[in-house]
Design a protein around this ligand. Structure first.
Ligand SMILES: [Zn+2]
Length: 501
């Protein structure tokens, strides 16, 4: 739909802020983002439920949680839920027709799973489309390459952009270049992502995608090519949101598949001038309506106290959003469904967030719409890191609640889970807007060794999900979330995240 230029500008500003927060949150190294996030001491009226003794697992709750854990290992419906979203909706970028279909799907599915208060809460999202895209090395050795526009990239003209290529090994190396050498050129950011079990590899490499285009534009570049932020060697590019800085020209930006980045680097290494033609048909169409979809297991004794468990409903356009994030939705919905017959003390609220990928629109809308209720959010967690096994339980809870997290980790020990630190950066990108309210978080760290072979690519498809690994996730979530919803005592207020040096 058409929007006024000022409305568009406002939405782009918030999008830019949101995107860096989102990217950093996903990466789990959100130093930069979280320094800019509001960070004030918790005001008394906003410091969570009234003070009570720290939570502690009783033998009875522990036994029920252990049963939930062990029964889930025998098989769950998590894969079936994820499969349903992937098969019946497929790729569902924010603002698209499929995004609306995903909202309908989620409403149907949550009712079918037996949740209470199933509803859609309206969210306005930006609608960006990819269009046709192509790239070609023109000299010294002409050949086509495989690439994909970064999410949010502006397009080129129909003729495309033709320019000489200048390579930089990192954003810092780019910043150090003489602007006279960069002006009028296409910057090639050749940053190779390291394979790690946790978020570190992604976190270290992702600034090339999120910040690279504006850094290059500041030096006068006309376009940016990055090496895909991914660990595979497939001829498949990885998309993902980029963030244009205010006041800096918006230049087209695309990711080369890893083998094509190798090829371009080899031509640059020949010492001969390399020229490239980039054509991107991507553009921002304006705003569209989407929704957060919410369902609950109502608490039997303190229904106003909320344990929030989340995933995101949207996906990038290239794959089918199986790992990112149908898997997460399958995990949290199935965990809640299995807990429901036990009728825990507090309410478990399942939220499928709108538009995580392109600006955290749903998460921001939720924090705003539920501002008066955030003090009653006793705990929050999001599943958005693929479909690998859980191997670590991290947290950001009040120090007094830390022994309880230790008891939860102990409960998960038979699943191969260890306790991590109490300085989890976000608990999931969609939980970042809850940070000013000091909502405590738990993070079920999944094994991401292979996740970034497929993340944000055409290869994010159902075959990458192992149903048994999803069951292991459900076992961990069901046990922990039940224990948290049943055990009296507060987990907050959460301390501020302290960026690692
Ligand atoms: Zn995701």
């Amino acid at each position: 739909m058409p929007v006024s230029p000022s409305a568009m500008k406002r939405s782009l500003v918030s999008l830019a802020v949101a995107t860096v927060a989102g990217i950093a949150g996903i990466a789990g190294i959100s130093a930069m983002a979280l320094q800019s996030a509001p960070s004030s001491p918790p005001p008394a009226e906003n410091a969570g439920p009234a003070p009570s003794p720290p939570p502690s697992l009783t033998a009875e709750i522990r036994a029920r949680a252990a049963t939930l854990r062990d029964e889930a290992l025998r098989g769950t419906r998590a894969y079936e839920i994820a499969r349903s979203l992937v098969v019946e909706v497929g790729p569902r970028p924010a603002g698209s027709k499929a995004d609306a279909a995903a909202v309908e799907w989620a409403l149907r599915k949550m009712k079918e799973l037996g949740f209470a208060n199933v509803r859609a809460e309206k969210v306005t999202v930006p609608h960006w489309v990819r269009g046709q895209e192509s790239g070609r090395i023109l000299a010294p050795y002409p050949q086509p390459v495989v690439l994909a526009a970064l999410g949010g990239s502006v397009g080129t003209t129909d003729e495309g952009i033709e320019a000489e290529v200048i390579e930089a090994a990192s954003v810092e190396a780019l910043d150090a270049l003489d602007p006279a050498r960069v002006r009028g050129k296409i910057v090639f950011l050749n940053v190779r992502m390291e394979r790690t079990r946790d978020e570190k590899g992604y976190g270290d490499a992702v600034p090339a995608r999120s910040a690279g285009p504006s850094h290059a534009a500041r030096l006068g570049a006309v376009a940016v090519l990055i090496r895909s932020i991914g660990t595979d060697r497939d001829r498949v590019p990885h998309t993902g949101g980029t963030r244009y800085e205010e006041g800096v020209p918006r230049i087209p930006a695309a990711a080369l598949s890893n083998p094509d980045a190798d090829l371009l680097a080899a031509q640059v290494a020949s010492g001969k001038p390399v020229t490239f033609r980039l054509k991107l048909g991507s553009r921002l169409l304006g705003e569209a309506e989407s929704a957060n979809v919410i369902g609950e297991v109502r608490g039997r004794e303190r229904p106003e106290e909320i344990v929030l468990i989340a995933c995101h409903l949207d996906s990038w356009d290239l794959g089918t959003g199986a790992l990112d994030d149908a898997a997460g939705c399958g995990i949290v919905a199935e965990a809640a469904r299995r807990i429901a017959p036990l009728r825990p003390r507090r309410t478990i609220r399942v939220v499928f967030f709108a538009n995580e990928e392109f600006g955290l629109s749903g998460a921001r809308a939720y924090a705003e719409a539920h501002a008066g209720e955030l003090a009653k959010h006793v705990l929050a967690a999001e599943s958005d890191f693929g479909a690998g096994r859980v191997w670590r339980l991290r947290s950001r809870v009040a120090p007094a609640a830390l022994p309880f997290v230790g008891q939860l980790a102990e409960l998960l020990r038979p699943l191969g889970v260890e306790q991590g630190d109490n300085n989890e950066s976000s608990g999931g990108a969609d939980l970042i807007p809850l940070q000013p309210a000091h909502v405590p978080v738990l993070a079920f760290g999944q094994d991401a060794t292979h996740y970034f072979d497929w993340h944000h690519t055409a290869n994010d498809t159902l075959d990458k999900i192992d149903p048994k690994e999803l069951d292991q996730n459900v076992a961990a979530w069901a046990a922990v979330i039940y224990a948290a919803a049943e055990t009296p005592g507060t987990f907050g207020p959460a301390p501020d995240y302290v960026p690692e040096p």
